[in-house]
Design a protein around this ligand. Structure first.
Ligand code: UD1
Length: 376
């Protein structure tokens, strides 16, 4: 029976692409089906990334779309159940921490279908983050937990999870990064594709890349005004390329904040494809973000990253990588930028098993696990 591989939202796609390849290249091949819940559905957030990452068309698309957390999670569960009954997979493989991850896990475990969770054990210890709830619950009930950094096992063991369920295999997102690096799009080309001048990324001091989409940063007018104000200030010294999530774009319009950024200093782009984003990050002087994935990708690329959050579930990016948690106080953000621009930015190293081969280790372990007579 096939392994049912589940994706739902943008950060899942770069994790699943190398896993599907590793399952196919395993000797013997491990049969797989790709299921897309449709949590992210538009060209920018989904279709373009499939092409960039070489992901096959999903075998099944649940087309759930957007909604409140309850609606979205419930709708994935409702639509996933008959699919499981029909395909009877050997296991369900989920990645990351989005609503689709938790929804499919819950359905599968209650139907006695084993679940493997990739990127298990990350904890921000901030339960106001919807992803933290998804991570805790998914890890509690999943059968097999593949981790990206060693600290994850400690988090899991503190939650009473048996060590036998945990397997440190490394970071599959970095598999995608390593595979795609040679194909990254030059930043100048990315700006020109949107009718913008390439001068912005050609200045001697370089440019910064910005992404913001966490509800805590963009869902209230106060916080969004504050952060856009900081970006406007940073942009006087360093031109910025802002790849804007649809949530952020619609809030800027809704709160009437469209005038805060100077278009001569900040290039605002729609959500970018994987190869465009990789090219932008690789060439950047620094990255300002609240994303989980970018904290890891900048560490792998050796580019300084300032994370506009109070905590991170990916501590290795701070301990070993190029990431600094600057929070959301303007003075702290500006100080962080100042340090990097004056050449006192952080240098880091690439963590253990972030080597482009994590998915192969997962495939090898999964094969053993699925073959074992007394599983789970
Ligand atoms: C989701 C994940 C988050 C991840 C992020 C990456 C959860 C709880 N959150 O947040 O962990 O970091 O994806 O993007 O699962 N929208 C579109 N087009 C789309 C999809 C969404 O325009 O293809 C807009 C809709 O207005 C929607 C909003 O974005 O309401 C939010 O989408 P949603 O999937 O609820 O969460 P994200 O904020 O994207």
């Amino acid at each position: 029976a096939p392994v049912m591989c589940v994706v739902g939202a943008r950060p899942n796609f770069m994790k699943m692409a190398p896993i599907l390849r590793a399952l196919a290249e395993h000797v013997p091949p491990i049969p797989a089906l790709l299921l897309h819940t449709g949590q992210h559905y538009d060209t920018d957030m989904s279709k373009k990334l499939f092409v960039d990452l070489g992901l096959p068309q999903p075998d099944i698309n649940l087309e759930v779309g957007s909604g409140s957390h309850a609606q979205q999670t419930a709708e994935v569960m409702r639509r996933f159940e008959p699919v499981l009954d029909e395909h009877k997979p050997s296991c369900v493989l989920v990645v990351g921490d989005v609503n689709s991850t938790l929804a499919c896990t819950l359905v599968a475990v209650k139907k006695d279908v084993p679940v493997a969770h990739v990127e298990a054990g990350l904890r921000s210890y901030d339960r106001r983050m919807p992803e933290e709830i998804n991570r805790i619950l998914t890890d509690q009930v999943a059968d097999k937990l593949y981790t990206t950094e060693r600290s994850a096992a400690g988090n899991l063991e503190r939650e009473g999870i048996a060590a036998e369920r945990i397997c440190f295999t490394g970071n599959v997102m970095i598999d995608s990064l390593e595979a795609s690096r040679p194909h990254a799009k030059p930043p100048a080309q990315t700006l020109q594709a949107h009718g913008l001048s390439a001068e912005l990324v050609g200045a001697p001091q370089g440019y910064g890349v910005v992404t913001l989409h966490r509800p805590s940063n963009v869902d209230t007018p106060e916080m969004l005004t504050r952060l856009l104000g900081v970006l406007a200030q940073v942009s006087r010294d360093l031109p910025l390329v802002f790849a804007m999530h649809p949530r952020t774009r619609s809030n800027i319009e809704r709160f009437g904040l469209t005038g805060l950024l100077d278009p001569a200093r900040v290039a605002v782009l729609p959500p970018q494809g994987y190869l465009e984003m990789l090219g932008l990050m690789a060439g950047a002087t620094l990255v300002l973000t609240d994303s989980g994935g970018l904290q890891e990708e900048t560490t792998a690329l050796g580019v300084p990253c300032l994370t506009l959050r109070e905590n991170t579930e990916r501590p290795i990016t701070v301990e070993q990588g190029t990431n600094t948690m600057v929070g959301v106080e303007p003075a702290a953000i500006l100080a962080g930028v100042g340090e990097i621009l004056s050449g006192r930015g952080k240098r880091g190293r690439v963590p253990e098993y972030w080597d482009g081969h994590a998915a192969e280790r997962i495939a090898a372990d999964l094969w053993q696990w699925l073959a074992a007579p007394a599983r789970g």
